[in-house]
Design a protein around this ligand. Structure first.
Ligand code: IPE
Length: 265
């Protein structure tokens, strides 16, 4: 199968994460679409939930282990509506920029068990890529055998696709420069770690964990753990700052930017 580029667009870059009702960060999305215009390889673009996903999920008690499954299930329509709106706005902006894509939502073909994927259909995505059309997918709400329903994060989707599709490149766009060796919000000496591999992963993971009091780094720990767990060994994922114009385009063209490269074990 054709070698794909797997690209995560972090929710804090493509939405105004603190705005309620949720709002698309339209200027960022337009710029990202322009940076992707020259890409010749097929792409699977995975959207984070940002304001559209997280606010609705939170209001129905996702993230709280004591929420009854009836309440989680009652939240499915609203979370799905928000993610459909987000993904279709992005598909539209991509198409205005000459990038043909279709949205394939995980909800329609995925089952989870206690938050882990137990079935996820790849065949439509593979067929779409083979047909020369790019795929947009996203973090989503999905039925979960134990909990009733659960949130599947975009990072878990990336990890799953990386296992199965042997991508040419895995790019994780966030609103920070990479993984820091301290908390950049309160430590002015914190620096971006250029590479995480078997030689430094334990040390770096413990530092990321120790600064997990803030949401961004807490999320980062899970992200790095997922990327390190991609099976097959030596699969490189790049965590970079998608809010800085030009960095995505440079990475697509194989040029260097400030970032963290994560090598799976
Ligand atoms: C969350 O996906 C999806 C939903 C809440 C429906 P992510 O966890 O990947 O989203 P971001 O990138 O952190 O916003």
């Amino acid at each position: 199968m054709t070698e794909v580029i797997l690209l995560k667009l972090g929710g804090s870059v493509i939405t105004h994460k603190h705005d309620s009702p949720p709002r698309l960060a339209i200027n960022n999305v337009r710029r990202i679409a322009k940076e992707l215009q020259g890409v010749s390889s097929p792409m699977i673009v995975v959207l984070g939930g940002g304001a559209h996903g997280h606010q609705a999920a939170h209001s129905f008690g996702y993230g709280n282990p004591t929420t009854p499954s009836t309440k989680l299930i009652a939240g499915i329509p609203q979370i799905r509506r928000n993610m459909t709106e987000l993904s279709s706005s992005i598909e539209h902006i991509f198409s205005q920029n000459g990038i043909n894509s279709v949205v394939i939502p995980p909800f329609a073909s995925t089952f989870l068990n206690d938050g882990e994927i137990i079935s996820f259909s790849l065949s439509i995505m593979e067929r779409t890529i083979e047909s020369g059309i790019n795929v947009i997918t996203h973090g989503d709400v999905c039925y979960d055998l134990q909990r009733g329903a659960a949130i599947l994060s975009g990072d878990t989707v990336i990890t799953y696709l990386a296992h199965s599709m042997h991508p040419k490149r895995i790019l994780i766009g966030t609103d920070v420069d990479g993984i820091f060796d301290g908390n950049p919000r309160n430590n002015p000496h914190a620096k971006v770690v250029p590479r995480i591999d078997s030689s430094n992963r334990e040390q770096i993971l413990s530092q990321v964990e120790s600064s997990s009091a803030i949401d961004v780094t807490g999320g980062m720990l899970k992200k790095v753990q997922e990327l390190l767990s991609i099976q097959g060994g030596n699969i490189e994922s790049i965590i970079f700052n998608l809010t800085v114009p030009g960095r995505l385009e440079r990475l697509i063209n194989g040029k260097s930017v400030i970032c963290t490269k994560v090598l799976s074990r």
